[in-house]
Ligand binder design. Sequence first.
Ligand SMILES: Nc1nc2c(ncn2[C@@H]2O[C@H](COP(=O)(O)OP(=O)(O)OP(=O)(O)O)[C@@H](O)[C@H]2O)c(=O)[nH]1
Ligand SMILES: [Mg+2]
Length: 363
Amino acid sequence: MKVKLFTAHNMAEAMVQVKQDLGRDAVILHTRRFRKGGILGFFGKEMVEVMAALDSPAAAPVPGKRIPIAAPPAADDTQVTALQLEMSTLRKMMEQMLCQLPRTGNSSSPLLDLLIKNDIEPLIAANLVKGLPDDQSIAGSEQDIVRKLLIDRIINCLQKTDGIKVSSTGCKTVALIGPTGVGKTTTVAKLAANFALKEGYKVALITADTYRIAAVEQLKIYGDIIGIPIDIVYSPDELKAALYRHSDKNLVLIDTAGRSPSNHYQLAELQALLAVDPYIETHLVISTSTKYKDALEIVNKFSVCSPQKFLFTKVDEASNIGTILNLLYHFPTTVSYMTTGQSVPDDIELASSTKLANMILRD
Ligand SMILES: Nc1nc2c(ncn2[C@@H]2O[C@H](COP(=O)(O)OP(=O)(O)OP(=O)(O)O)[C@@H](O)[C@H]2O)c(=O)[nH]1
Ligand SMILES: [Mg+2]
């Protein structure tokens, strides 16, 4: 076995050296970062060292052949951070190497097909699998690595997830807005019950949905069951006054009337209502089963109300959740919660990029 040490300014450069010298059959045994020059290791330039080996020194580099990936070196208990760093370096290297594997020419890849079957827009799906080798062209363990790399790419697209941050010393105000029937009122009730009953915060409800008597009644019933006050507001001024009254609460949740994205008048009214307080955190509620084209229209039209977060409902009803990824690919926005059924208060959870990514890639 021929073993060689390579040093370079970065991993990409080192890999080029390894390939040039040992060919594509080289096995990476070890990598490390170190500082060159400087004083006592300080102020030096960061360099990368790669130890690579070739099983048969006589073997000439074969263009287009896969590079076997070596397992990372065994961990020592005191070196967890160093090992993590090394694992992340190896992951990046693996991605680079896997990207160089040949794609099977004309047929589309199973991963691409799976993404498209799960309603990911074809262009977005193609971008996500770009550079990854086909499932068909690689062995079982490498398929798992490719799938993991794809999940990581999806997680990257999903951006940040972050729920409502309530503190026992401040007063947070959150409004849920969105089209009709997506689950705003039910979600307000779920949030109120969780923050008031499970976490013990002082919570108040405000409903601005005065268009239907049933809507007010719906929230009143929830408020009574949870044992928290509920105010009904008919105008921006009344909202302002209600917010002032509840400034002693930790969390004030505002339920709004469902709005049609094509009704400019209704949207302008909602915008004026929320404009009474710049500190209102607005979550745009979107049903997961909404078709991507309709979801785009919803996000575009509701943007006049400057929502800070998306909240996805009815995840349980959607056969796949491609719409979520499609939307976040184009509108990188924080996702707060996802709701998974009609039960108050249980069917709600903090959004998780990892969970969503795995759901997107389910067969
Ligand atoms: N399956 C499922 N149903 C849900 C979920 N969230 C809400 N629903 C149901 O969706 C229906 C509408 O819910 P609402 O909370 O009244 O919706 P809304 O957005 O307030 O409706 P409007 O006020 O009319 O705009 C109800 O039957 C809810 O039980 C969910 O996560 N999953
Ligand atoms: Mg409602």
